[in-house]
Write a protein that binds this ligand. Structure first.
Ligand SMILES: Nc1ncnc2c1ncn2[C@@H]1O[C@H](COP(=O)(O)OP(=O)(O)OP(=O)(O)O)[C@@H](O)[C@H]1O
Ligand SMILES: [Mg+2]
Length: 206
C-alpha cells in the first residue's frame, strides 16, 4: 500500500525568508527517501501562474482578489497537490490558504467567515501536515527586500501597517492551529533559522 504523502507549507510576510529556506527542507525530505513536489501559490499550474500574474500586477476589487486566490488554489489542488499526495509524494509549497487568511482577511480586512466558507468549499478535508511561519517585524522584511528587488508587486508596495496586520493575522492563526503552524523567529541569520526548520522536520516526521 502506498504511504500517503505529507503536505508542508511555508508562510510569512513578503521578505520573511520563505524562498531562502525552502531548499533545505526539500533536501531533507529527499534524503528520507520520498519523492518531493515543490510548488507555490498563487500559481503552481499553467492556469494558476496566469492568475498569479493578474493577482500580483492588476488592480481589482478586494473580493475578486480573494476569489481568484481560491480559484487558483482549486486548480492547484486538482492538478498538482492531490495527485502527488495520493501517490505518496511529499508536497512542499511556498504559501497556501493561511496566506489568504493573513493577507486578504488580516491585511485587507475582509470577514474571516468568507474565507472559512471558501476553504470549506475548496479543500474541506485537507490541511497542511506542517506549516512553517517565518515571523519577523515588517521593518526588517522591508529592508531585506529593498536590497534585493527590482520591481515590487502589488502586495510588496503595501504600507508597513498592512504587513503588521498580515503578521498579526498569521500569529493569531498559529495560536489556534493546534501545533500545525510552527512559528520560526526569522530575525536571525539564515543558518540559525535553517537549523530550527530541520529540527522541526525531525521532530514531526522521523
Ligand atoms: N535570515 C536572513 N537574514 C538576512 N537576509 C535574509 C535572510 N533570509 C533571507 N534574506 C534575504 O532577504 C530577501 C528576502 O528573502 P526571501 O526571498 O527568501 O523571502 P520570501 O519570504 O520568499 O519573500 P517573498 O514573499 O517576497 O517571496 C532576500 O534577498 C534574501 O536573500
Ligand atoms: Mg519568495
Amino acid at each position: 500500500m502506498i504511504q500517503p504523502g505529507r503536505f508542508i507549507t511555508f508562510e510569512g510576510i513578503d521578505g520573511a525568508g520563505k524562498s531562502t529556506q525552502i531548499a533545505a527542507s526539500i533536501d531533507w525530505v529527499r534524503a528520507h527517501g520520498h519523492e518531493v513536489v515543490q510548488s507555490r501559490e498563487p500559481g503552481g499550474t499553467a492556469l494558476g501562474e496566469k492568475l498569479r500574474a493578474l493577482l500580483l500586477h492588476e488592480s481589482m476589487h478586494l473580493e475578486t482578489e480573494a476569489l481568484l486566490m481560491f480559484a487558483a488554489r482549486r486548480e492547484h489542488l486538482a492538478e498538482i497537490i492531490e495527485p502527488a499526495l495520493a501517490r505518496g509524494a511529499w508536497v512542499v509549497c511556498d504559501r497556501f490558504s493561511d496566506a489568504t487568511f493573513a493577507y486578504q482577511s488580516g491585511g485587507r480586512g475582509l470577514a474571516e467567515a468568507k474565507f472559512r466558507a471558501l476553504e470549506d468549499w475548496v479543500h474541506p478535508d485537507l490541511q497542511p501536515d506542517l506549516t512553517f511561519l517565518f515571523d519577523l517585524p515588517p521593518a526588517i522584511a522591508a529592508q531585506r527586500l529593498a536590497s534585493g528587488r527590482e520591481q515590487a508587486d502589488r502586495f510588496e508596495r503595501e504600507q508597513r501597517d498592512f504587513f503588521e496586520r498580515v503578521r498579526n493575522a498569521y500569529l493569531q492563526r498559529a495560536r489556534s492551529s493546534n501545533g500545525r503552524i510552527a512559528v520560526i523567529d526569522s530575525a536571525r541569520d539564515p543558518q540559525a533559522i535553517c537549523a530550527d526548520v530541520l529540527e522541526c522536520l525531525e521532530q514531526r516526521f522521523s
